[in-house]
Design a protein around this ligand. Structure first.
Ligand SMILES: Cc1cc2nc3c(=O)[nH]c(=O)nc-3n(C[C@H](O)[C@H](O)[C@H](O)COP(=O)(O)O)c2cc1C
Length: 227
């Protein structure tokens, strides 16, 4: 059975982004072929990286800090598919999830190579069959620069992963917005099916998933009306 590790980086009990990620998983696992582990990162004790590089000296794939990260590293190393699901925070991933990412360096070695124009460290474990998907929701309406920094960071960190960035995500937990969120949630289910069949999403699918649910002006007017 293929293993999926979902790193849920929303600190909220009811995450807008996880509405989409759950829909995607529903489509992906329609035939029950995947074993899915969802880690709610906010509930784990993950200290910041100390930058000591003891992991590289020891070469054992572990961090010397005694907290929940080593268990996550084991799951990370064993997963066939890793899904990062998180809200956009200050144009990046939330700090508690970034700590998890920083502390995946025990799975790398000091040695460097260049792959597809990205200089990177040689993995300690076999990453060749692993895939990464990034699903992120955000509170602003669609504007290009909102996700630019994260896009570059994910391309460099995960080697051009599948990325889906969804604007106006707070609508996903607003029952009065069902008419516009329903079709998007359904599209994420279909995207999960597409990924299961093709191991990737077409550009057309990603474009559809990233299409704003309502026009920018209407969304801003709605948000500004709340305050
Ligand atoms: C600290 C903080 C920083 C945020 N930064 C951004 C941002 O840079 N761009 C944006 O569009 N939304 C930003 N947001 C809004 C969240 O991305 C948005 O509310 C999202 O829907 C929350 O998703 P979740 O329910 O999955 O946690 C921020 C929210 C918080 C609390």
């Amino acid at each position: 059975m293929k293993k999926v590790l979902v790193l849920n980086g929303s600190p909220k009990a009811v995450s807008d982004t996880m509405v989409l990620t759950r829909a995607f998983l529903q489509g992906l696992n329609g035939e029950g072929a995947y074993e899915i582990d969802v880690v709610d990162v906010i509930k784990k004790q993950i200290k910041p990286c100390l930058g000591c590089f003891k992991c590289w000296q020891n070469g054992d794939g572990k961090c010397i800090q005694q907290d929940d990260q080593n268990a996550i590293l084991e799951q990370y190393a064993a997963a066939d598919l890793i899904i990062y699901s998180f809200p956009l925070y200050c144009y990046a991933m939330p700090s508690h999830l970034k700590a998890v990412l920083d502390r995946t360096i025990p799975l790398m070695q000091i040695k460097m190579v260049e792959v597809d124009g990205i200089v990177q460290h040689v993995p300690l474990v076999d990453f060749s069959g692993k895939r990464t998907i990034v699903i992120s929701g955000c509170g602003f309406p669609d504007w290009e620069d909102n996700y630019n920094g994260l896009r570059i960071m994910c391309n460099n960190s995960f080697g051009h992963p599948t990325m889906v960035f969804v604007s106006e995500a707070p609508l996903l937990n607003a029952p009065e917005a069902d008419a516009v969120t329903g079709p998007l949630v359904e599209a994420f289910i279909q995207a999960g099916i597409e990924y299961r069949e093709k191991d990737c999403l077409s550009e057309g699918t990603v474009n559809w998933l990233e299409t704003p649910m309502i026009p920018k002006e209407a969304y801003m007017e709605m948000i500004n009306g709340i305050t």
